[in-house]
Design a protein around this ligand. Structure first.
Ligand code: 5GP
Ligand code: MN
Length: 337
């Protein structure tokens, strides 16, 4: 964010604007936390703000302040289009390429206003008037704090906004343990607690709200776990029959891939999940150290993300996708050992 852009943005926001805020498809805690924080802040400042999500998000995030005002393009298409038609500014949060919002990207075709991107993923596309992109950042929510700080607006952060930001940082850092968690991240988190974020209650709301179905689905996923010691790699799969048997709901498989990485000696973990609705295999990749799953996802599975956490998709069957994944490993033997 240059000084010039900061000044331009400040002046732009001096009178009420129509603003749309968009998270990536299948929004996670960081994406929704950042959107709600910006939304609550802008409303407080007298702007007309709307969050249009590409699709729904998991129930374990629906305690967040403002959550009832989020509209989604899958079920409220007209309302989303109306908000976008009127918008002067669109915030795109926690993603850096418009292909990451699925069909909602087509509703933006005629947008003539200014895009503001706040994001920490690799290789941003060049569409934003104001691009605040930093791949070293723990989370978009941490960046939203720095963004407000640059605007000299952190005084406007109340307990509700602080709670949204805290939840996003907590979920994207694996509860403050991933390498992207810096001393600055902890300083921001300390500020958020001072502003009223109840850290224990937020942890409880996000992580201790499991259903028996979800835990049994985890059991099923773990029983499907396969390790390939030669490549320090772990593979988990879930097919639609297994998902249906455990009444799968959005968000139920969140975090499962990390179990692969929790094993001694494992540096690369993948979960392959059959999506009957989208007719694809959804892929989540995690690594430890220098092995870039962002590059791996871009090169082979039409995806992307961060060095140690990325996602992608496959149009092959579950078995074929698994076969393809395994066949790629010898190419990376050196990097993985
Ligand atoms: P997850 O595996 O939790 O869905 O995603 C891990 C990271 O990769 C997240 O930061 C997410 O935004 C990103 N990601 C997930 N799926 C995709 C994808 O299909 N394309 C791109 N570019 N990024 C993805
Ligand atoms: Mn994020």
């Amino acid at each position: 964010m240059t000084e010039q852009k900061t000044a331009a943005l400040k002046s732009l926001l001096t009178d009420p604007k129509n603003i749309v805020i968009i998270p990536h498809k299948n929004p996670d805690g960081d994406a929704i936390g950042a959107c709600l924080a910006i939304f609550l802040y802008l409303k407080k400042k007298g702007h007309n703000a709307t969050i249009t999500a590409p699709n729904d998000y998991p129930d374990f995030l629906k305690w967040m302040p403002g959550t009832e005002e989020v509209i989604n393009y899958e079920s409220q298409r007209e309302s989303c289009r109306n908000a976008i038609d009127k918008a002067d500014i669109i915030f795109t949060l926690d993603f850096n390429d418009l292909s990451r919002i699925g069909d909602l990207q087509f509703a933006l075709a005629d947008f003539k206003g200014k895009y503001i991107m706040i994001d920490h993923h690799q290789q941003p596309s060049d569409y934003a008037w104001l691009q605040y992109s930093d791949v070293m950042m723990s989370s978009t929510c941490e960046m939203v704090w720095h963004f407000l700080d640059t605007l000299e607006e952190t005084h406007a952060v109340d307990a509700a906004i602080a709670s949204c930001l805290y939840a996003g940082i907590m979920t994207d850092t694996g509860s403050f343990r991933f390498p992207s968690t810096s001393s600055t991240t902890h300083r921001v988190v300390a500020e958020l607690i001072d502003k009223g974020a109840d850290n224990a209650a937020i942890h409880n709301a996000v992580f201790d709200s499991n259903s028996p179905d979800k835990l049994q689905l985890l059991g099923c996923a773990l029983s499907n776990l396969e390790t390939l010691p030669e490549y320090h790699t772990a593979i988990i799969t879930l097919n639609s029959e297994e998902l249906n048997r455990h009444n799968f709901k959005k968000g139920d498989t969140e975090g499962f891939v990390n179990y692969g990485l929790s094993m001694k000696g494992i540096r690369f973990a993948v979960i392959l999940i059959e999506s009957a609705q989208e007719q694809i295999i959804k892929i989540s990749l995690r690594s430890k150290g220098d092995f870039s799953v962002n590059q791996f996802a871009r090169d082979h599975f039409n995806g992307g993300g961060h060095i140690n956490a990325a996602g992608g998709r496959s149009e092959l069957s579950l078995e074929e996708t698994k076969k393809k994944f395994k066949s790629l490993l010898p190419l990376y033997k050196d990097q993985l050992s």
